[in-house]
Design a binder for this molecule. Sequence first.
Ligand code: HEC
Length: 608
Amino acid sequence: MIRVYFLAAILGASVFAAVSGEEVFKQRCAGCHEANNPRIPRVEALHRIPAARILQTLNWGVMGNVAYTMTIAEREAVAGYLGTHDPLVAPPPTAFCADRAVRFANAGETKAPSQPQWNGWSPSATNARYQSAQNAGLTIDGVQHLKLKWAFAYDGDTTAFAQPTIVDGNLFAGSAGGVIHALDAKTGCIRWTYPAKGPVRSSILAVRRGNSYSLLFGDQLGWFYSLDAVTGKELWKKKVDEHDAARLTGSPVEYEGTVFVPVASWEENRAISADYQCCTFRGGVAALRVRDGALEWRTYTVDVPKQNGKLWGPSGAPVWSAPTIDAARGLLYVTTGDNYSPPATATSDAVIALDLKTGKIAWSRQFSMGDIFSGGCSAQGIECGPDFDFGSSAILVHIGNAQAGNRDLLLAGQKSGVVYALDPARKGEILWQIRIGKGSTNGGIQWGMAADGQNVYAAVSDLARAPVKSNDPANLRTSNLDPNVGGGLFAIRIADGIKMWNAEPEHTCPENRAGCSPAQPAAVTATPGIIFSGSVDGHMRAYSSEDGTILWDFDTAREYSTVNGVKGRGGSIDGPGAVVVGGMVYVNSGYSRQNGTPGNVLLAFGTD
Ligand code: HEC
């Protein structure tokens, strides 16, 4: 129950209504933090931490699992009540570059940069996650000689889930702590930082703006930003969705001066509280003008929810992944997740084509009917499941050959474990489908596939876990992962959906690492001859695109001495995939959600 206090009346302050931080502390924190447990910091210690840092801890840090059903107002209130007003600790001077200027090639020109780049979720707006040989700069021989060049650690974070963007030797990445970093891509030294309001896991899209770029990204509180890439200063920011549970996880894409922002939420978790009025969030896409953030159109995937007894609906059908641009057809494709509450809609677990200019729905194709799911299914008395969202983008590919003729296909991988090829010329009619995994709430196919024109490469998650029953309040782990279930990588021929090869999951989980699993939920990356796929076991592996042989295997789950002097630890790989640019490979490691192994590093590998 959220208690609202009218502090204004008591304090005579200009605060109209606020949640009491002290009350939240008593209800949500005191049980652990006032106990005399040597592994839990005492409340006196919390009073010495900056409030901004406590908020980071709650939003996506060590207290993430404790706080994830709390409203944003409750988090802010308890952080403000406990913490100091001190600013966050700045990086040490040694972490900054000697030359802190961010520079771009071809300044003043509008043509594409001359240096190799990886900009946004995928090097192209078709979301193929395919890096050309020229931009990748990595041969099959080279990949076998990759060595760690530098490690950068996100201070205070337990998850590293923001895929970096690299333009002209500048690396831009968000973090769970909400800090955006501009780094030198070669050395990892810092050029500038910018504090966002919430955790940033979307990749950053750089759009040319005179001699600089606009850096576009969303955060986990529903805010969307545009920064100047040279200075790191804010150009504009905008709350894209007023729902308290909104989160911008999928990366933005841009077309002719408009940026398309996918909108998802964590209302599925909020519904765990039996008294929560489930559910009112509506998934969708917002189209904003790059120049100033003005709203061009907004399309929701479900109608306005109505109250029906104790429940509200329809709700959900969030968009978790980067939209896909089909300029030739004037369409934007998005994939959606499940509904949260009845009634089920035809737009959940679907691929939807929207008009690029107006946002009007051109067609929609559903893959799991009646999929209503939330964390509160049993508490709310809803018949639920199977939770088969799409978490990954649709890939637009063009093939031309004797077998299949000359055509476009739209490839979509679902948490159900099935990969589909759709015909974009025929309202998404199914051309072929193939099952590669069992499917589960953590995928099936989770964060992204890759395609090289010949094959589509899909990794299997099928993460399995068992709840932990512990009376020790210092044990924050809610489940152990099954070290023997999940994983695998498949190459499927785009022309006809025939499996070309599959690489069996590797079983490398050491005993006593409760957050280890062979599952491969992270997005896949393709370059000519080489496919990268990371695993919850902490390994990043490069496979031969010919037959799935492992060419390179690096276990990231260890400690690092880092270029910014912060204690670095690798852990599970989940979320984004490897970024390959100019002979370098960038990998995020550490993922505490879903009970994986925590970690906080961005790793850079190179061959020379
Ligand atoms: C189930 C027990 C439990 C509850 C409930 C709990 N905590 Fe914690 N908290 C811990 C433990 C254990 C740690 C130490 C984790 C670690 O360091 O790995 C911790 C660590 C922290 C830290 C990090 C301290 C540091 O030195 O960086 C903060 C901040 C914090 N908790 C705040 C809160 C707040 C605010 C709440 C209530 C909203 C809360 N906790 C509720 C168990 C709990």
